[in-house]
Design a protein around this ligand. Structure first.
Ligand code: NAD
Length: 341
């Protein structure tokens, strides 16, 4: 018998512990063998250790190179950076993979199947922000610098093309704003074109300005396949694509680096429904499927996805956010029943 792979488990805040517990139950029912190293981050870590991202949590991820993570509440106030951004920087998780696929029938769009690849470490999220004093006002001007590097742009576009090749996708759309931001977005587009040329004849490529892309995504989303874009545009467009297929409760996100992956739901801690037992665990369950893909257990990931999709399509045992009345546990039981039937 092989030794189970060790994975850091960060249950997170708010609905995080409930939806990660449901996900572990599903993984166990599917026979996935992981050895979980439970660690804290977010408000749970502030309460226990006075630090939203304790060194022991980082040490665990450094060792396991894998984490399944619930949503985290970033404490408000000076001195606390965004924990998610910090994790991405620490482990150089440069690719944020956010799939959006129609599962629920009778939703607004029937055939959406988009893979959004967001650059995760550069752009306006590098934290290069400052105030400029004018006269007596020390904060008269605020500036945020968008940093795009040749290396960063090339590796994310290459990731998108490699993903397309590996998963039988036909086309990558490079989304940008190079018509206005000639330097930063211009460099991103230049690298997009350079990498696309290497894949000519194998994966098609087109280019879209981000505002036109946003409009097309709500008018004919089925025409998109793989999208690759910079950090801020990817952040916004991926919430948009989540909305096309039934909301944040259904959308997972993988943060992937050269040798490390952190898998999570796209949504937050949902404080308005915390403790009620009604959260939809699907996004974290699908994030766990991305984790299984990452470690090469694709058949098991697909078996779990099929059980989730069948349960959602039937709609008889689904949570409130997607029009049902089931609790987190009832829904999880229904998915497990599909898995084993
Ligand atoms: P949110 O995603 O937590 O909630 C938005 C709405 O969606 C709420 O009505 C919520 O009830 C609902 N919702 C979200 N997930 C759901 C689920 N699984 N099942 C059913 N309904 C669900 O966004 P917010 O309210 O803007 O943020 C709350 C907190 O989460 C903030 O502290 C924010 O910083 C944090 N956050 C964390 C992450 C992360 O860790 N990846 C991402 C986004 C927000």
């Amino acid at each position: 018998m092989s030794t189970p792979r060790e994975v850091t488990l960060i249950p997170g805040d708010g609905i995080g512990p409930a939806i990660t517990a449901a996900t572990l139950r599903l993984l166990e029912a599917a026979g996935a063998e992981f050895c979980w190293d439970r660690q804290l981050a977010g408000m749970a870590a502030v309460k226990a250790h006075g630090d939203p991202l304790p060194e022991m949590t980082l040490a665990s991820v450094r060792r396991t190179k894998l984490a399944l993570k619930g949503p985290l509440e970033t404490p408000v106030g000076k001195g606390f950076r965004s924990i998610n951004v910090a994790l991405r920087k620490e482990f150089d998780l440069y690719a944020n993979l956010r799939p959006a696929k129609t599962v629920l029938t009778n939703s607004r769009f029937e055939n959406v199947d988009i893979i959004l690849v967001r650059e995760n470490t550069e752009g306006l999220y590098v934290g290069a922000e400052s105030y400029i004093k004018v006269g007596a006002d020390p904060q008269a001007v605020a500036q945020s610098v968008a940093v795009i590097t040749r290396l960063g742009a090339e590796r994310i576009v290459r990731y998108a093309f490699e993903y397309a090749l590996k998963h039988g996708r036909n086309r990558v759309t490079v989304v940008h704003k190079a018509n206005i931001l000639k330097y930063s977005q211009g460099l991103f587009l230049e690298m997009g074109r350079m990498v696309a040329a290497e894949y000519a004849g194998r994966v098609a490529c087109d280019e879209k300005i981000v505002d036109a892309c946003a409009m097309e995504l709500v008018m004919k989303p089925e025409s998109y396949d793989v999208i690759v874009t910079t950090n801020l545009f990817g952040d916004i467009l991926s919430d948009l694509t989540s909305g096309l297929v039934g909301g944040l409760g259904l959308t997972p996100g993988a943060n992937i680096g050269y040798d490390c992956g952190i898998f999570e739901a796209v949504h937050g801690t949902a404080p308005d429904i915390t403790g009620q037992g009604i959260a939809n665990p699907t996004a974290v369950m699908l994030a766990a499927c991305q984790l299984l893909d990452f470690v090469g257990d694709v058949p098991r990931a697909n078996r779990i996805r099929a059980a989730i999709e069948a349960t959602l399509r039937e709609r008889s045992v689904v949570t409130g956010d997607v029009g049902g009345t089931a609790t987190t546990d009832q829904y999880t039981d229904a998915v497990i029943a599909r898995l084993t039937s």
